[in-house]
Write a protein that binds this ligand. Structure first.
Ligand code: MG
Length: 306
């Protein structure tokens, strides 16, 4: 257990982007606005709301520009609404929409990166000069995702040293935070300990985040290990929206309400109202039209008081 629990942890919500891009259903623009509104009403302060990607790649997010116009029209004080930008064209769209924070991504394994963006890791890092640098020059914040740190669907094991070397490059390039991702949800706690120890030796703790998938039920166990080692930002997707792209029907992103339930139970603040977060999970279910795998919204909070 934690010898010294942190007072506060920051949650970075990815359901409108990472969740919806991995759902089969294409959600109407109005549904996406409802979801973002429900997330903000629950107290989330960091929400990645879309990706400025080609609609040919991800048709579910084809309305990114329209959604951006709607949600960026009135951003509450202290809230950061961010968007994934795969390339320079995406960055221009984000700028036009008034987005102040973007995210870039690459993989820790060559084959996954090649399948995802059709480039080597070295070429992807070189091309970030066209997105990260101009975004920083424009006064934007840039966050980096490093996928497949815990394992690759094509290559299997991933060398943690090599992964953290890439994370350091992202940070040196100007990413204020790098989110280490268990893209296929294979991680277990001892492995997480090795990865996080290496990461915190190489990077400041506030530059680290964890993006865990619950595909095999180990996301929260890995998150507790991250907490023990000082990680203070965790990504979540309300309801557990966004299945595993490599295993149809399997769980993907850890559910934000499960993560917040765990943190609050450990006496760690998040600024989030769990009851309203459960309501957001119900909004998420209604817009995607399926039962989502998150546990706390399924079990409810009420039984705790019985
Ligand atoms: Mg994810």
């Amino acid at each position: 257990m934690l010898e010294q629990a942190p007072d506060v942890v920051s949650i970075y919500e990815v359901s409108p982007r990472d969740g919806l891009q991995n759902e089969g259903a294409t959600v109407a623009l109005s549904g996406k606005v409802r979801l973002v509104d429900a997330l903000l009403a629950a107290g989330l302060r960091r929400v990645e709301f879309t990706s400025f990607v080609s609609p040919r790649w991800i048709p579910q997010l084809a309305d990114a520009d329209q959604l951006a116009r709607l949600v960026m029209a009135e951003v509450p004080e202290g809230v950061s609404l961010s968007a994934l930008c795969p390339n320079r064209r995406g960055l221009e769209r984000a700028k036009n929409a008034g987005v102040r924070e973007i995210a870039v991504f690459l993989s820790a394994s060559e084959t996954h990166n090649k399948k995802n963006v059709n480039k080597s890791i070295a070429d992807t890092l070189a091309e970030f000069e066209e997105t990260v640098r101009p975004a920083l020059d424009h006064g934007m914040k840039v966050r980096g995702y490093l996928s497949t740190v815990w394992g690759c669907p094509y290559e299997g094991d991933v060398d943690p040293k090599r992964a953290i070397d890439i994370a350091v490059k992202l940070h040196e390039m100007g990413c204020y935070q790098v989110s280490l991702s268990d893209t296929i949800g294979v991680g277990t706690p001892r492995q997480t300990q090795e990865i996080v120890k290496r990461a915190k030796d190489a990077l400041p703790l506030d530059a680290l985040a964890m993006h865990m998938h619950d595909t095999r039920g180990t996301a929260l166990a890995n998150i507790v290990v991250g907490l023990e080692h000082g990680v203070r930002t965790f990504d979540g997707s309300v309801g557990g929206m966004g299945g595993c792209p490599y295993a149809p029907g399997a769980a993907g992103n850890v559910a934000t309400e499960d993560l917040v339930y765990l943190l609050h139970g450990m006496g760690i603040g998040t600024g989030i109202d769990l009851e309203r977060l459960v309501e957001a999970a119900r909004v998420a279910e209604s817009i995607v039209g399926r039962v989502l795998p998150g546990k706390v919204h399924a079990a409810g909070l009420r039984s705790l008081r019985a």
